[in-house]
Design a protein around this ligand. Sequence first.
Ligand code: YH5
Length: 277
Amino acid sequence: MGDKRATLTLGGRSCVLDRPYVMGVVNVTPDSFSGDGQLPGFEQSLKEALTMIDDGADMIDVGGESSRPGASPVSDDEELRRVLPLVEALAARGVVVSVDTVKPTVMQAAIDAGAAMINDIQALQAPEALAVVARSQAAVCLMHMQGAPRTMQDAPVYGDVLAEVKAFLLARANALETAGVARERIALDPGFGFGKTVAHNLALMHGLPELAALGYPLLAGWSRKSTLGHLTGRAVDERLAASIAASLAAVARGANIVRVHDVRETVDALRVWCALT
Ligand code: YH5
């Protein structure tokens, strides 16, 4: 299985993931003029996303609710108001759009607006989430998380983190396939930093080839995360080099898609690294 090349159907097209794909992260914050020349939410986010595409991103992950520990929850209506205009604008320009959401109503509206992928940190466990995706043609990224964002980093405990994450992801993938979602529409993600200590994240990295061997495309999100701060002593806005190193390491261990904030630098690094290895 592991030697079969991972394939993912994106926007109705079958993509053989024979090189690392880069997913650019765009968070849509509430519309507001900051008074210091910053554009309002939508315009700013659209500009960021289109720059990422120019810089070589293969897709854009649009998120309207922060999943960082301590972040306040957002209503369905508010999340829709934030993400839908951007999904529409990007899809109209032919951009492959992923939507980072756990809400079935947001998933449905995003798919109707042209989203090619649903990126769910809860792996479609909300009631109706699986049904919404199953009756669409969208791809889906199933991510592992222990606990809920607000408290997940308090004291995560596993017996065998790799075995547990692997069993969870495989069970979710099987549930989707039983519901009629073709295998080619499913990607898996161990969820670095989501209810995991530094040691758990490192164990998952070492075991990444075992997850890749499940035969599904593998997505890795290391960009700017706390474990990189722990390893380097750097604050969140000083983790570029650490993030690039982590993305390369993930690709070396079998990741097919990396989710990153710094697209231009990551694309450069991956191009050189692929040419030289
Ligand atoms: C992911 O890994 N992550 S949102 C804390 C940070 C920096 C970044 C303290 N959505 C993932 O990016 N979706 C997020 O520094 C995701 N995989 C998938 N599939 C968290 C995030 C971040 C959190």
